[in-house]
Every structure is written in structure tokens, then in C-alpha cells.
Design a protein around this ligand. Structure first.
Ligand SMILES: Cc1cc2nc3c(=O)[nH]c(=O)nc-3n(C[C@H](O)[C@H](O)[C@H](O)COP(=O)(O)O)c2cc1C
Length: 320
């Protein structure tokens, strides 16, 4: 499929996830066959105030393409400026976050708050689309709550204001991450617009990815939590779509190897202290379900050095 002129090869994309989908994780998922990745959301206001952390979040490695920088905010001109600034990092696509339900984002009338104000959302999409020459996409939910489901209307507004594709997470803001995903609304959105539609929500297996395609007719699927501690899910999805079967999850030894190499890349990018802080949550995901690992949860969640992590991973292997 194509988003604007950007070719997306493969079957599943990596969802933007603040605190998770940083450059090392995106590269890892790409190496496992993710067709496309979207970075952690970046505050347009932060960018306009020259905030170094916001700027840092926009960094892209050349191995990542095709990839998008995601921005959030509620002022059309500030968003357009942030999109223009983002171009210096050479993304393939700019994605606009209109789906985040986090209280601090909603308080600033950004993220999924914009689903309550479709005219303003339209102005933002238009301003951003007109300010850059690369494709602009929008990610949103089914609506604010069960009594205000407006994703079909919202999708049409996005299309009319220049969006090259949309991603729909099949839940309302009120639902946060609680099941079930509203597949029917994703199907209706797909029928309502001509631009590509990316279906998102609750894909944890290759079979679930296939179902999302088959039921909704979407052009691409997006995987978030299913990839946590399981970046190989992308290669399993690709195998399943191409051959009808897929390899089992990697052995505990292989998983620990992947985790250590992931830890190395995070430490390389962010330094040992921050890197080890960040790998803790990944370590808990990588070891989830492995026999005996429950006993090591406390140690994984406080691990301080790479050598300690290595030693813990060896203990996991001997316990399984
Ligand atoms: C830890 C975490 C961080 C997230 N951060 C973002 C974000 O920065 N931008 C965004 O549009 N969605 C964000 N999301 C939502 C995901 O992109 C995705 O829409 C949601 O998790 C549903 O997909 P899933 O069921 O495959 O996880 C986040 C989700 C999680 C779990």
C-alpha cells in the first residue's frame, strides 16, 4: 500500500507508543519486519518553545524508513510550525495525534479531546498538510464516548482537509484500552473514505491481524501492545500472510539475546543510567510468561547495570 507517495511494504506497522516506541525499539521492530513505524508523540508546543527533549524525540535513524514523526497540540499554526521543524529529521510522513486519552493531554485540549471539536481538528489537519510536502496522516479513536461516536464524520473531515491516510483505534476515549475493539466502526470508516485506512486495536497474534484485514477491509494494520517484549510478532505476521503458518515464539535463550541487544542499543543512544532505567519495563515484558521469571520480577525491575541484566538473563535461561 502507499501513503501518498510513500510505499509501505509488509503487513503490519508499529503503533506510536510514548515511552516505548523510541528509535531502538523502532529499529528492532523494523528488523523483525514491521512495514512502517510511528515515533512517540511530540508536543508541538514543546517544539515551539525549543524544548530539547521534544526535539530529541524526533530523531530518526536512516535504517528506520519508512517512518513517521507524530505531533500533538491544539493550535493550527503551532502544529504547522512543528511539522515544518520535524522535516529537518527527514521523516517520510507526519502523523497527527487525535486519539491520546491521557489526562495531561486532554487538559490541554489535544489528543482525543479534538474529537469533541471536529472543526478545529479540520483546521489543524489543513494547516499541517499545507505546511509540508510529505504526506500527513491522522490517528484517532471511534469517538469521545459511547454516546458521541463520530469517527466516520471525523474521517471524512480528515480526508477533506488533506490527510493522506488515517489510523483508527477502535475504541472511544472513555474506553481507554479496555476491550472490546469496535471492528464495525473501523469497517464503516474504511467504507466512508478513499484514502488508506490503518486498523488498530487488540492485535496480539497473526490471526488477529488477518481478521482485522478481512473484516474491516483496512489497508494496513497497526500493532501496539502486542509487540511489547515480542518484536518478533511482525515476522510471524509476515510469515502467516505469505505462507499461512508461522514460526513459534523464540526460545528463552533467543529472547534473552534479543533483550540484551535491545538494552545495548538503548544504552548506546541514551547512556547507561537512563538506558538501564528504560530497559526495566522491556525486561519485564520480554520475560513475561517464561517459567520461573516471576520470581525475578523484582530484580528485573530494579536492575542497574548491563552486567546485572546479563546475569539475570542467564538465570532465566537456566530456570526454563
Ligand atoms: C504505552 C503506550 C503508549 C502510547 N503512546 C501513544 C502515542 O504516543 N501516540 C498515539 O497516537 N498512541 C499512543 N498509544 C496508543 C497506541 O498507539 C495504540 O493505538 C493502542 O495501544 C491500541 O493498539 P493495541 O491494542 O495494538 O495496543 C500508546 C499506547 C500505549 C500502550
Amino acid at each position: 500500500m502507499k501513503i501518498g507517495n510513500v510505499e509501505i511494504k509488509g503487513y503490519a506497522s508499529l503503533a506510536p507508543m510514548a515511552g516505548v516506541a523510541d528509535m531502538p525499539f523502532r529499529i528492532l521492530c523494523k528488523n523483525f519486519g514491521a512495514a512502517y513505524t510511528v515515533g512517540e508523540m511530540v508536543s508541538a508546543k514543546g517544539v515551539s518553545m525549543n524544548d530539547k527533549k521534544s526535539q530529541e524525540l524526533m530523531r530518526i535513524d536512516k535504517r528506520e524508513h519508512p517512518t513517521a514523526i507524530q505531533i500533538f497540540g491544539n493550535e493550527p499554526e503551532t502544529m504547522a510550525q512543528a511539522a515544518r521543524y520535524a522535516l529537518s529529521f527527514e521523516p517520510d510522513i507526519i502523523d497527527i495525534n487525535m486519539g491520546c486519552p491521557a489526562p495531561k493531554i486532554i487538559k490541554n485540549r489535544s489528543g482525543s479531546y479534538l474529537m469533541k471539536d471536529p472543526p478545529l481538528a479540520g483546521k489543524i489537519i489543513k494547516a499541517v498538510s499545507e505546511s509540508v510536502s510529505i504526506p500527513v496522516t491522522v490517528k484517532f479513536r471511534t469517538g469521545w464516548d459511547a454516546s458521541s461516536i463520530n469517527c466516520v464524520e471525523f474521517a471524512k473531515i480528515a480526508e477533506a482537509n488533506g490527510a493522506a491516510a488515517i489510523t483508527i483505534h477502535g475504541r472511544t476515549k472513555e474506553q481507554m484500552y479496555a476491550p472490546p475493539v469496535n471492528i464495525e466502526m473501523i469497517t464503516q470508516v474504511k467504507k466512508a473514505v478513499k484514502i488508506p485506512v490503518i486498523g488498530n486495536g487488540d492485535i496480539f497474534t497473526p490471526e488477529e491481524a488477518k481478521q482485522m484485514y478481512e473484516i474491516t477491509g483496512c489497508d494496513l494494520v497497526m500493532v501496539g501492545r502486542g509487540s511489547l517484549g515480542r518484536p518478533w510478532l511482525f515476522s510471524q505476521i509476515n510469515e502467516f500472510f505469505e505462507g499461512g503458518t508461522y514460526s513459534p515464539d523464540p526460545s528463552p535463550e533467543e529472547r534473552m539475546k534479543i533483550m540484551l541487544s535491545h538494552a545495548e542499543s538503548i544504552c548506546e543512544l541514551k547512556g547507561m543510567n537512563l538506558g538501564m532505567c528504560e530497559i526495566r519495563k522491556h525486561a519485564l515484558w520480554y520475560t513475561k510468561g517464561l517459567r520461573g521469571s516471576a520470581k525475578l520480577r523484582n530484580e528485573f525491575s530494579t536492575v542497574k547495570t548491563f552486567d546485572e541484566l546479563k546475569e539475570l538473563s542467564e538465570r532465566v535461561i537456566t530456570m526454563t
